[in-house]
Design a binder for this molecule. Structure first.
Ligand code: 1PR
Length: 535
């Protein structure tokens, strides 16, 4: 390969840089991995996708001598692109588990977003940029949304203003990208920002070799509400992995054969939903609670293949827990999650195991640090940990009938009951547990979950709309983003959930699989209704 088609990648082994690799390859480039300091100093162009937390990253860079080499490379104005933590590390220090000293190339301290002003932290999703002139690699971004996922950010100041090439406003104005000469860094994820993100990478990799297209037309002004396509995946009775979809979690056909409903192939459908404009794609391995997911190589393959062509965030759930296999080998939930991340997942979602962890935490009031939520968020950050809640409505005549949070329903129950509590379940809805969705949501936020995927068994597959009472209850109770799920049957249902609750995203399955309403029509409808979405 000619040196023009080679990109040097600094991957210090902290997490998932698979999507960055896939995006670089997709653009026709080959990757050379940094092994030594010399690889940095001799790079023709260097991409540094920082992953994980600030302190361990600096630790590795210092111990390996990479910190010194990076500073030398950047001070010589060699072509550089830092992504996410790869931007933050350029600053003087970070308050993340610190203060921790950074590379010190840009004046300023990286600090945490303030959730107290009503903005949910982590900052997850598609947001708008204010782009300075001469930003070069952002030339085609224009007014389009790009994808962010982070809890810490650097702030603009007199001292660093010559570096700033764009800012973003989320509660306060923070630095979305920097540029000086050939040195660039972005807080957002170009590799997860669809076509617009790929244009940023392309302009870095091929500077000036083609004229900048006019900025893509966009209408972004603030954080968009996300529309997520969900694929419930399991093996059918022939052992093939299929996308299935249940009614109230029952995924079998109502026929004599009672076969598992088959709505298509996971990789194909995910690719289609990406092209249709899905802001994220989620895979739920719905029998993961039974089978050991690392024995489930096809699911890992699904992620690997999907992440080659789908440049929006991917979440995978099912079976994330500690496990001992038939030979007695023990796997921690962290190892299971790591395998999913290595295969291309950006976030993992925990169902049953989060219920057990929350029950124990509420009983003992002690954070042991050993739960899957704590282990995974410590290493990958809480933005990578979603908790999937599968509650079922339990009707009550009076809210005092239970020890759990009960609410007055907008629509009374079958026997005129005015109240209900939402009982959490495990094992795909098969077993009810002594904890409510409200108690669970608050507990898992404290344990380190970064987002909640809120299903509702009663509404699943019914197409009658989301459970607004439930979604309002939970999204008002926590300050992390909540994804509303279960029951979408029309574009109006998405508008309703965003108007009546503070959910950050809405997820649907059946309506998309059955091709009743395409994702694009949902987005158009939301836009016309005055709701910010990524078009
Ligand atoms: O418990 O950590 O192994 O995780 C299992 C995961 O699998 C959980 O996230 C759980 O929600 C999911 N799951 C388990 N069984 C089923 C099932 O359907 N039998 N699917 C299941 C849950 C619910 C939604 C669905 C929405 C939208 N699927 O994700 O996609 O309800 O559907 P709709 O738009 O068609 O109404 P663990």
């Amino acid at each position: 390969p000619s040196s023009d088609s080679v990109v040097t990648l600094l991957d210090y082994g902290a997490g998932n840089v698979r999507s960055v690799r896939n995006a670089i390859r997709h653009l026709g480039f080959q990757i050379k991995d940094v092994q030594t300091q010399a690889d940095i100093l001799n790079a023709g162009r260097l991409i540094f996708p920082g992953v994980g937390a600030f302190a361990p990253a600096m630790d590795v860079l210092n111990k390996t001598g990479m910190a010194e080499a990076l500073c030398e490379y950047i001070e010589k104005d060699r072509p550089f692109l830092g992504i996410c933590l790869g931007l933050q590390l350029l600053f003087e220090s970070s308050t993340e588990n610190g203060p921790v000293t950074g590379l010190g190339l840009i004046p300023g301290v990286v600090g945490k977003f303030d959730a107290s002003n009503g903005f949910r932290v982590p900052h997850i999703g598609w947001d708008a940029l204010q782009i300075a002139e001469d930003s070069e690699i952002l030339d085609e971004v224009g007014n389009c949304h790009v994808y962010f996922v982070h809890s810490y950010r650097a702030m603009p100041s007199e001292e660093n203003k010559e570096w700033i090439s764009s800012t973003c406003n989320y509660g306060d104005t923070f630095i979305a990208s920097v540029r000086k000469g050939n040195v660039h860094a972005v807080q957002f994820h170009p590799e997860k920002s669809g076509d617009v993100g790929l244009s940023v990478l392309r302009r870095f990799l091929l500077p000036k070799s083609f004229p900048a297209k006019n900025p893509t037309e966009g209408r972004a002004s603030k954080l968009a509400k996300r529309v997520i396509a969900c694929l419930d995946v399991r093996a059918n009775d022939n052992g093939d992995l299929v996308v299935t979809k249940g009614d109230q979690y029952d995924v079998r056909e109502n026929t004599e054969e009672n076969e598992v409903r088959n709505l298509g192939k996971p990789v194909d459908l995910a690719g289609q939903y990406y092209l249709d404009g899905a802001d994220e794609v989620s895979f739920l391995n719905i029998t993961g609670f039974r089978d050991f997911p690392l024995g489930d190589l096809p699911m890992l393959q699904v992620l690997r293949y999907t992440s080659e062509n789908v440049f929006v965030p991917l979440t995978v759930g099912g079976g994330i827990r500690d496990f001992t296999d038939s030979t007695g080998r023990y796997y921690s939930s962290l190892e299971v999650a790591s395998e999913y991340f290595r295969s291309g997942a950006d976030k993992i979602s925990i169902g049953s195991d989060a219920v057990y962890a929350a029950e124990e935490y509420l009983r003992t009031k002690v954070k042991t640090g050993k739960s899957s939520i704590e282990q995974i968020s410590r290493v990958y950050g809480n933005q990578a940990v979603v908790v999937s809640i599968d509650p079922r409505r339990v009707y009550l005549s009076s809210p005092n009938d239970v020890e759990f949070k009960a609410i007055k329903l907008s629509n009374p129950g079958p026997n005129g009951e005015e109240y209900a509590w939402y009982q959490c379940t495990v094992s795909g809805g098969r077993e009810g547990r002594p904890i409510g969705a409200y108690e669970l949501a608050k507990a898992v936020e404290e344990l380190g979950a970064g987002e909640i995927l809120l299903n509702c068994i009663d509404c699943d597959g019914q197409g009658k709309g989301f459970d607004i009472d439930l979604i309002k209850l939970i999204s008002d109770a926590v300050s992390i983003p909540v994804i509303a799920s279960s029951g979408a049957g029309a574009a109006e249902h998405f508008s309703e959930v965003f108007k009546k609750t503070s959910a950050s995203a809405a997820l649907a399955a059946g309506i998309f699989h059955r091709k009743e309403v395409p994702i694009g029509s949902v987005k158009e409808h939301l836009w016309k209704d005055g709701i910010e979405v990524r078009i």
